[in-house]
Design a protein around this ligand. Structure first.
Ligand code: PMP
Length: 409
């Protein structure tokens, strides 16, 4: 049990992958920012649907199709409930955060963006929240503007009001940075944006698993996340959008299920949410995602956040005590991500030795090259914490760092 009363042994037993050895060493998995492991609750439901209930949704008139359709639509309601959306048809299933942002960049762009218009993002975005907007800007002759962060990794929110003009059509911001760990003041950003009648999209890829999100309370216009980062399957993600916007946006992809009537002269589109779900969707992924969200709800997101903060703070303190670690991202509002460099050691060499010791961390830019351009570097090591990580694993990581330093530094 930890200080926060978290039964870590029980939780770890829910994740079979954690019990294995890697290079003959117990696996210490600190690559959760990239993807999280799956609990039995998710594995079992995905297995069950593949082995007993698989059938294409929305189309069949038979038993299996009915069962799968019901489970898929229940999954949509679970997501609705989890983020407290007003309507279930405000939940669109996609392939992941990247798929979600590309969908919005296309559909929002087609509907609202004209030459000369402006979209604001931040300096700490993942490439998935940069490139689709850049591509849109290239298509439409519009402009991307950037809110900078300071050397602590804190967003310079005071600059936002200066950046917003009459031409600003959207602000798209990450809730939690996947490199700096910064928890951005999204409520404040949304309030400022709305005072100028500008809608806001929140990239919740790194926050859906760490923080309570209530889209109505936030009054956020769009929110996106991936299933695989919240203990669910890969290949499934979500766009939440306010009904008033989703009704106005044109569809992203054309094909089966997103249509009402098709003739060679003209096609009319299906109602929400199906208008945005062309083709055979990843319905088993959605059902698995729903099981993952229920798993989190059973434990309680507040408990998870408190526990992870305890492990993060312990990790920060232990690394600082080593005396030769530089941590990137020192915001007091921070979650679950520890990006760091070891003085005198190249990250790739360190990563290789960590791997031999059974420790999975990530090295590189973490798909956020502008963050490292800010610091004049190419990347860093990243240990990212999930609900099943322990202080003992932090100790083991620090021991591995000491070994690396002795060998290479
Ligand atoms: N945004 C953020 C903040 C992320 O951390 C990631 C994944 N690293 C993404 C977007 C992209 O997510 P996905 O690869 O699941 O589409």
């Amino acid at each position: 049990m930890s200080m926060t009363g978290f039964n870590i042994e029980k939780i770890r037993a829910d994740f079979p992958v954690l019990a294995q050895k890697v290079h003959n060493k117990p696996l210490v998995y600190f690559d959760n920012g990239a993807t999280t492991q799956k609990p039995l609750a998710v594995i079992d439901v995905v297995n069950r649907y593949h082995s007993e209930l698989n059938s294409s949704i929305h189309r069949g008139v038979h038993f299996l199709s009915d069962q799968a359709t019901n489970a898929y639509e229940n999954a949509r309601r679970e997501v609705q409930h989890y983020i407290n959306a007003k309507e279930s048809h405000e939940i669109i299933f996609t392939s992941g955060t990247t798929g979600s942002i590309n969908m919005l960049a296309f559909s929002f762009g087609e509907r609202y963006i004209r030459p000369g218009d402006e979209i604001i993002i931040t300096e700490m975005e993942h490439h998935a929240n940069i490139v689709p907007w850049q591509m849109l800007c290239e298509r439409k002759g519009s402009k991307l503007k950037v809110i900078p962060f300071n050397d602590l990794g804190i967003l310079q929110i005071e600059k936002l009001s200066e950046l917003i003009t009459e031409k600003t059509k959207l602000i798209s911001v990450t809730h939690i940075s996947n490199t700096l760990g910064t928890i951005n003041p999204i409520r404040e950003i949304i309030n400022i944006a709305h005072r100028h009648n500008v809608p806001v999209m929140i990239d919740a890829a790194q926050s859906i698993q760490h923080a309570r999100i209530d889209v109505q309370e936030l009054d956020v216009d769009f929110l996106v996340f991936s299933g695989h980062k919240v203990y669910g399957p890969t290949g499934i993600g979500v766009v939440y959008g306010k009904e008033k916007y989703l009704e106005e946006l044109p569809p992203y992809q054309g094909g089966g299920d997103m249509v009402d009537e098709v003739t060679f002269e003209k096609t009319s589109y299906n109602v929400l949410p199906f208008k945005f779900e062309a083709g055979t969707t990843n319905y088993i992924g959605a059902i698995g995602l729903s099981a993952a969200l229920q798993y989190i709800e059973d434990i309680g997101i507040a408990k998870i956040a408190a526990y992870e903060t305890e492990v993060l703070n312990y990790g920060t303190q232990q690394m600082e005590e080593l005396g030769y670690i530089r941590i990137y991202g020192r915001s007091p509002q921070k979650a679950s991500i520890l990006c760091f460099g070891i003085e005198g050691v190249h990250m790739a060499d360190a990563g290789m030795i960590f791997d031999k010791l059974g420790v999975a961390v990530r090295i590189g830019s973490h798909c956020a090259q502008p963050v490292w351009q800010h610091f004049g570097m190419t990347g860093a090591l990243r240990a990212s914490i999930a609900l099943y990580n322990t202080k003992e694993e932090i100790d083991y990581l620090c021991k591995a760092i000491r070994q690396v330093k002795t060998m290479l530094g």
